[in-house]
Design a protein around this ligand. Sequence first.
Ligand code: PLP
Length: 440
Amino acid sequence: MLLRVRYRIYKLSTKLMKFYIERKPTSESRSLSFEFASIGFLIQSGFFELPLKKLGEIMKYMDYAATTPPHPEVARTIAEVMSLHYGNPSSLHILGEHSEQLLKKAREVCAGVLQVKPSEIIITSGASESNNAAIKGAALQFMNRGKHLITTAIEHPSVYECCKQLESLGWNVTYLPVNHEGTVTPEQVCAAVQDDTVLVSVMHVNNETGSINPVQEIGKQLKVQHPRVLFHVDGVQGFGKLPLSLQASGIDMYSLSAHKFRGPKGIGLLYVREGIKLQPLLAGGSQEGGRRAGTENIPYIVGMAKALRLAKEEQAQVAERLRHLRKVLIDGIAAIPKLVLNSPPDGAPHIIHFSCPGMKAEAMLHMLEEDGFLVSTRSACSSKKSEPSRILLAMGKSVEEASSGIRVSLGEEHTEQDIQQFLAALQCAVTRQEDLKGRG
Ligand code: PLP
């Protein structure tokens, strides 16, 4: 109880600081705003500050699709490697050799988990870089084949905006429309291929709704009908939740991000099938076989390898648990009038998205936060945008539905009791919003 009061005061002081900083732009009031900001700061750094550990006790983090809490074993490994193995793997002395060995081992672990060759793994700074490296790298490398790319209307911005950028530079891009469940079919993809198509990029699981694209069937059909066209898959939200064999699916390139499977942020990988040469995004040193320059971040690479292995080992068990919790949550949402479910019934086990037409999603999010549940309005990188969701509009949702979305994304820590408590808080938030609307 005391913790929750402290949490409310902490939030209030943050609001005070923001209010005075944002609303008082004149020079005279700037000193006032500074004073208020200082009071807010003092409150936050004194008695009312909530130690993060305590915050974890009273809040339920349900935003796993945005990022996941690092696995304790991964965090321990990173700290150890960071303090002991600080040599540059390109250095010729013994510390450099140690780091090089760690890098080699980590690459082997990643390759083993994905059942590919170590030389087919390029370490990157995360999936935004992996996606850009795959798409731009292929577009630049194969300009002699043509300048046509195919993707879908519901990709993550790191694919969508990358394609927009290439469009502005003279490439033609087909953005395949999706059905009301947010997916494309293999037939649709194959029918869009032209003589000058270089690459198809389709995400496995959509980060906003959890819709699953049939990437295995797409890859298989594409390789039979158009073997020269490259196939890239953004695997970020599917890995650790759904089985996928890269070898058996005709996938040429595959992007992953470590912080989505309990690894560190700012590190990821791109699988590139042997024999495919890409133009590197980052020119410079000869790291990653000349395919991505820059001194390697050994602690994070080792941490990513560990997180990848753990996620794979726990995949089947975690997915089954999450599927059950998802069903309880979906049934509960369906029982609350006014809410509209946007995730397909057979979507990825960890993501549930719904709209609250006529209500303010951000206000709803904060009401849920006050009750101890941390969710998001949509994907993390778009949650500060005020326009309707591009993804929901592409699925045929109304502007009202696309502007009032809430995403709940679950992880291994959650229990059925958490879901029941969340549903009760959700019902309360809906009632409060309806009351406010009635009064307004
Ligand atoms: N692709 C998808 C589907 C994602 O959900 C995300 C992150 O939200 C990314 C790519 C980008 O990953 P990163 O944060 O590593 O750049």
